[in-house]
Design a binder for this molecule. Sequence first.
Ligand SMILES: Nc1ncnc2c1ncn2[C@@H]1O[C@H](COP(=O)(O)OP(=O)(O)OP(=O)(O)O)[C@@H](O)[C@H]1O
Ligand SMILES: [Mg+2]
Length: 388
Amino acid sequence: MLYTGKGGVGKTSVAAATALKAAKSGKKVLVMSTDPAHSLADAFDTSIGPDPKEMASGLWAQEMDHTTMIEENWSEIQNYMTTLFEWQGSNSLEAEELAMLPGMDELFGLLMVRRHYQSGEYDALIVDAAPTGETLKLLSLPDHMSWYVEKFFPIQRRAAKLVRPFAGRTKSLPPLPDDSVFAAGQKFYEAIASVEEILTNRESSSVRLVVNAEKMVIAEARRAYTYLNLYDYGVDAVVVNRLLPDSVTDPYFAQWREAQARHMSTIETSFAPIPILTARLFDREMFGLEALAALAEDVFEDAEPLEMLFRGASHDIVKNGSGYEVVFYLPLVEKGEVDLSKRGAELLVKVGGYRRNILLPDSLARLSAAGAGIEDNRLTVRLSDDGE
Ligand SMILES: Nc1ncnc2c1ncn2[C@@H]1O[C@H](COP(=O)(O)OP(=O)(O)OP(=O)(O)O)[C@@H](O)[C@H]1O
Ligand SMILES: [Mg+2]
């Protein structure tokens, strides 16, 4: 179960709280962070190392040390990159420096997820992921990598075989990787692909979006949902954290309360039918086991924290001829007048009592909504180029 959301919304706190509640129900749970800015230790108010450490009965936590992971697993790639760097005139590349390349931390975090998943040692893995932008880049990596590997790698490899006898004699060619590097690359790619397979399996994995009832936070979560959907990751809940509790009646917060109510309805129209869980803004920072337990009670109430709360997607995008169709699943919708509007990437649909307001991927933003139809509990909106 992977928690993501905009910076500072409460991902780490909610992830830790989920793990704690699940462990209390008798499961063996590991909560781990793939965010290089580890803050699990702060949430638990204790120290956590690169090896899983028991926080409470059945609850384990881990903050990875990526340098060690690189040294253990990817020394061939590191050696090759070092050679490349040296050829360019730079100094050799230390594991710590490789670990600092963009995206590396999370990448190794995901590989660790796979390792734990395959070991079967824990009943559940809760991942405190980085803010949405990085997490999305990361989760789309297997797709991009398969493109490289299929289109580029075999050719490169053949070229390396042909050119290697001559290389090294001239300074103008970059050093070519030898077979061990290709083997490492292949191993690396297979690992990434299998991480994707684990995380997109809706029987076992899910993403939860953490938001606050604030304009910019919601905008980012909607974008994230669009792309998670596109890459086939399931989202089974949206957690709205830091809602003003009813007991706060001070007029100073009146506008906040009004804005939060308004934003809650945006959240509903953006993510329905995905369940929405809420937690209040507490009167203190939420660290330590007691605070996390209180947060978990607020978020889940009587629900089982690891239960898959929703399967499927709120909508799907499918290619149809030269255009696309957006399919919404509206189980109780009756045939009726469909009110469609589209502004940029935003698509607004009203039919009967339903309102859906989604963001399309950027690549479809230029298309127009050409019509809609309802059949078998599905509302299909056609998107096409103007004039078609
Ligand atoms: N419901 C809440 N009420 C009061 N304080 C909260 C609540 N949820 C989180 N906090 C506090 O807000 C701060 C930020 O929370 P947290 O670190 O969980 O956010 P994050 O999304 O993981 O941030 P980052 O993007 O930096 O990783 C922490 O000090 C935490 O204790
Ligand atoms: Mg965090």
